[in-house]
Design a protein around this ligand. Structure first.
Ligand SMILES: [Fe+2]
Length: 368
């Protein structure tokens, strides 16, 4: 690192590196982000931004043994900045994130990735499964033969998210259902609980018994559907992303409502969230001038959701668990006849922040 050079400029440190690139580090940024600004044990920032003037400028700086020493006017000794540290964290460079795994959208010809529970016993296997889940949005895990094994796997990943349906919900046909999932009817493709302020991130459905006639699981990749909609009808895609609609679930104990658009795109316009659940879409209440256009767009989306060229049908067997991104993958089931045998699924959610955290920790990223 002998070919580095620097200059003290009015608006920051200008660092020239051997690769010919010059990087600018504003003075206040250097002071607020320096290693000593963070508590050595908690790793949390302890520096008070208002303890220095906004136009803070160093008295002098010097380069020594792969680091730059900056002498600030208010400190008795210099602050050391390693050159490799500066290069890795220059303003405009995001910290690498092992949980930032690009999704790959799929259609009906997709082969769902399958993992055996025994292969997930170690950290490496668990990390591989979670990475695949981030990529495809859906995986199936086999070999979870005990009733508690599905939940035990989730507890290795993160905190289970409690909702008004409990921490763990049993999907069975009930005589007094408060949700269509608890009937034996066909369940159209949907995402769960878009009526919640924080929509549950990932859903885990552990099949404990599937002996009835019917009751196959159906999945579709919402990203593929939305990309197709965006390509075929960009104005419809935009309208669904711009117009808030009300979602609502109510029973004797709850009245959970939120307004949100059906589609959430990122800054580049790519879909990153889908909220699709006709069952709990409340009375549509937008301005009358756009109702007609909005319904045309919603119908276009529904037609793509219902299209068989974009959906997968598979039959979960006892001991298998489907895991999927609840803001990307639509799920449903075919009707079943409860008189022909038992059908019982045990479900729970883990929020996406928890799952991403586990991926990072499995990579050791928390020490970087
Ligand atoms: Fe559901």
């Amino acid at each position: 690192m002998t070919d580095f050079a620097f200059a003290l400029e009015p608006d920051g440190l200008l660092l020239h590196s051997p690769d010919g690139v010059s990087r600018r580090f504003p003075w206040l940024w250097l002071r607020d982000n320096e290693p000593a600004a963070f508590h050595p044990v908690t790793q949390e920032r302890s520096f008070d931004l208002l303890s220095v003037p906004p136009d803070i400028f160093p008295e002098r700086a010097e380069m020594r043994d792969g680091e730059i020493l900056i002498h600030w006017p208010d400190l008795p000794g210099p602050c050391a900045y390693r050159l490799d540290w500066l290069l890795a964290r220059a303003p405009g460079r995001r910290r690498p994130d092992p949980a930032d795994i690009a999704p790959v959208a799929w259609a009906d010809d997709h082969a769902v990735a399958r993992f055996e529970a025994a292969a997930l016993a170690g950290d490496e296997g668990l990390g591989r499964m979670l990475s695949q889940l981030k990529r495809d949005g859906l995986v199936v895990i086999g070999g979870l033969d005990g009733d508690e094994e599905g939940v035990a796997l989730g507890q290795r990943i993160g905190f289970l998210r409690e909702t008004n349906f409990g921490v763990i919900f049993e999907v069975v046909s009930r005589p007094d259902p408060n949700n269509q999932a608890y009937t034996h009817d066909e369940l159209g493709l949907h995402t769960d609980l878009p009526n919640q302020h924080l929509v549950p991130g990932y859903q885990f459905l552990h099949c404990l018994a599937n002996e009835a006639t019917g009751g196959d699981s159906v999945f579709a990749d919402g990203f593929r559907i939305l990309e197709d909609l965006r390509a075929a009808a960009p104005a419809a895609f935009r309208l669904l992303a711009e117009v808030d609609v009300p979602f609502r679930f109510r029973d004797r104990e709850t009245d959970l409502r939120i307004r949100r658009p059906l589609v959430e795109p990122d800054a580049a316009g790519r879909p990153v969230r889908l909220a699709f659940n006709p069952g709990i879409l409340d009375i549509v209440d937008m301005e009358s001038g756009i109702v007609g256009d909005w319904y045309r767009a919603y119908r276009s989306l529904k037609a793509l959701v219902d299209s068989h060229s974009r959906r997968l049908q598979l039959r979960l067997k006892s001991g298998e668990m489907a895991v999927f991104d609840n803001s990307r993958i639509l799920h449903g089931r075919t009707a079943f006849d409860p008189n022909t045998g038992r059908r019982r699924l045990r479900g729970y959610y883990i929020d996406r922040g928890e799952l991403d955290s586990r991926i990072r920790v499995l990579h050791g990223a928390q020490f970087e």
